[in-house]
Design a protein around this ligand. Structure first.
Ligand SMILES: [Zn+2]
Length: 381
């Protein structure tokens, strides 16, 4: 069994309180350190299912003495979001109190770390990494958040900022398995993409600009490298958002195979001893965020799709229709949405969804930069 730690969060209303649940395998401080968390958007549970199957595998490995590094796992990392029941439905993407997306506004550690250790960084990469991690942890431990959400963000950063790899497990509405990461981690993270069997990997170039959880961790080292080009600052943390398909893709078959692939990835990176076997073939090469076409609903209505998730599509192909159910004229009552790139339709919504102008209906991973996507992050819902 893992070592379990409960971290109480600030109580926001009388008589209520929540806590983070943290599981740990391996020796504290051992390297490499892997950090995995599931479900920052609360009701995105495929990652929690993968961890449900991974935990007994890690127990067995620990019993055999095979865990060489440290593995920190939050089987569900957002108890605030979990609590947000509204009239027999669940609303877990935005915090109801401040209306913030749960996966934004993680602490930016660049300035405080620069101030503390910037002048001391030299040519010794390992020494720099140790100094930088220590400064980041010191800064986080000195913060005094008043609100539960701020405290939760700081706690999640405190457990992950010194990790060698950070996997933030999400899912989409209806999607193929895909990854978001920094350009700095590609192609070095091909082993992750191949082992997990992802259909698409989309990278931010040169690194994520938005302070999502994985963006805050993924851009931290890259931005330090930019600030101190003369010093040896390596990309010391691989930080990735793993989108485990769609919200309803939760079953024992997928959970077990996802857990096996996570376990084998941890073996490949030396966190767990043992031979993971041959690396599966990478399904599709990574593509840039600037090549990702995003379909925004042009009007309100009822959304239906003409292409399934995972479809390879061409420029100009119709992906979805928005139907105006108040319009009886067959010539005008459906508005088609088309792809503006050649690529993989890796993310969409469910058929029959009520939609509104500007709502994201789909995302397509294409290899070529798209003029209409220049400078956009893709994090728009
Ligand atoms: Zn999510």
């Amino acid at each position: 069994m893992p070592r379990v730690k409960k971290i109480p969060l600030v109580s926001m209303t009388p008589g209520t309180s929540r806590e983070l649940t943290v599981w740990r395998w391996g020796k504290a401080g051992a390297r490499p350190k892997a950090y995995l968390q599931a479900s920052i958007h609360a009701n995105e549970l495929p990652g929690a299912m993968a961890i449900h199957h991974l935990a007994p595998m890690l127990d067995a490995a620990e019993k055999k003495g095979q865990i060489k590094g440290e593995i920190v796992v939050l089987p569900h990392c957002n108890p605030i979001g979990l609590s947000q029941l509204v009239g027999n439905t669940h609303s877990g993407r935005y915090e109801h109190l401040g209306r913030e997306n749960f996966n934004r506004n993680y602490p930016d550690l660049l300035a405080p770390v620069m101030e503390k250790v910037g002048k001391k960084l030299g040519k010794d990469a390992a020494a720099n990494v140790t100094m930088i991690r220590k400064a980041a942890l010191n800064h986080l431990s000195g913060l005094e958040p008043m609100k539960e959400l701020d405290q939760m963000r700081i706690q999640l950063m405190s457990m992950s900022v010194d990790a060698d790899m950070v996997l933030d497990l999400h899912c989409d509405a209806e999607a193929s398995l895909h990854l978001f990461m920094s350009r700095r981690d590609w192609p070095s993270a091909r082993d992750l993409a191949a082992q997990l069997g992802v259909e698409a990997t989309v990278y931010n170039a040169p690194y994520p600009q938005t302070m999502t959880f994985s963006g805050a961790n993924g851009s931290f080292w890259a931005r330090l490298q930019e600030k101190f080009p003369a010093a040896a600052v390596p990309q010391a943390c691989l930080s990735v958002t793993v989108e485990y398909r769609g919200q309803h893709d939760v079953n024992h078959t997928l959970g077990a195979s996802d857990a096996t692939n996570l376990f084998k990835f941890l073996q490949r990176r030396g966190v767990i001893a043992g031979n993971p076997g041959p690396l599966p073939k990478l399904k599709n090469d990574a593509t840039p965020m600037s090549g990702m076409d995003v379909g925004y609903c042009p009007r309100n209505g009822m959304l239906v799709y003409l292409k399934p998730k995972g479809a390879k599509v061409k420029t100009g192909e119709a992906i979805a229709e928005v139907i105006d159910f108040y319009d009886p004229n067959p010539k005008t009552n459906a508005t088609r949405m088309v792809s503006r790139t050649d690529g993989i339709l890796f993310s969409r919504k469910l058929d029959g969804r009520l939609c509104w102008p500007g709502m994201v209906a789909f995302r397509i991973a294409g290899a070529k930069d798209l003029p209409h996507r220049k400078g956009l992050s893709g994090l728009d819902d």
